[in-house]
Design a protein around this ligand. Sequence first.
Ligand SMILES: NC(=O)CC[C@H](N)C(=O)O
Length: 364
Amino acid sequence: MKEKTGYLLLSTGDVLEGKWLGSEQATEGELVFNTSMTGYQEVMTDPSYAGQIITMTYPLIGNYGFNHVDNESIKPFLNGLVIAHPSHHPDHYQLRDTLEEMAIKHGIPVLYDIDTRAVTRIIRKNGEVYGKITSDKQDFPTKLAVARDIVNNVSVQRITPLKANSNYAGSSNCHVVLWDFGYKQSITRTLKSLGCDVTVVPYDTPSGTIKELHPDAVILSNGPGDPESLSHLAGNIKTIAECYPVLGICLGHQLIASAYGAATKRLPYGHRGSNHPVRNTAQGKVMITSQNHGYVVDDETIDKTIWDISYININDASIEGLKHRQKPVVTVQFHPEAHPGPSDAHTIFEEFFSTILKREAQYA
Ligand SMILES: NC(=O)CC[C@H](N)C(=O)O
């Protein structure tokens, strides 16, 4: 196998030498680390990583290849991947592509033979770090202007209806509008398996158009970038949250909190992995959750006359969930749809649906 030298250059001035896997195509972006030990396919196809270079702390990546069932979006949106050891001989009964084939097919630059734990220590120490994968040792990343249209690039372009799974045995028959800021397909898979018809709508859909769809509930999805870049949607989001049962997931949680006047701030180096413990403040119970976010809602700015804090991160006490005190509006910073990661938080969907069904029974 040909091995071409490439470099990971950091905005901190650090230079790491590695090897190209696939095409030698320079790329740059915010460098973030993910600590998941499995689920690299789901990580790479999660649209929330748009514009970023991911480094995986787990050393061996690609050992079961890529399949056709676990993608989280139509294609990977990340800017690049930095790993220690690629698996050159993956094996799995569902395998379609190797890591190298996947990288070439979608034009994703991949650098390997990097001590990704050393890179992670640099990010943990410095916070916001930009990286460039390149063949030119002098070609340092510029401090990037975050793409303004980052959500526009990952959101659906038109209103898209999806039918509930036909083999669903229950009786929920809900119609959910999924407000798409870069949704993971595990969200729609979960909703369809719970018997919901889903209408996915573009991120800039006016509240009036959402109302015309007559949803039973609205879910605001995850997505990439700084939530502040979507502050112009606050009025629309608040209008919907005042009218329907609403669930906000990750970016969706941040946007709902912002619509009610809270501020968001950057975490020192993000939460990205499959084992982040969060405590349910009402029950004292701990769940292990899948997470991928660089921003959080600032505790000090939440109006506690409107919101209860429902979940807290055990590692750093950051806000992990909010519950409206009067209305059926709940939000979570973590990923109840999981993938990758544990399904402890699936209960969030179940609780949300029991709220919708009770509400419908009340108005029937
Ligand atoms: N997964 C997400 O929705 C991430 C939300 C936001 N882009 C953040 O990084 O905090």
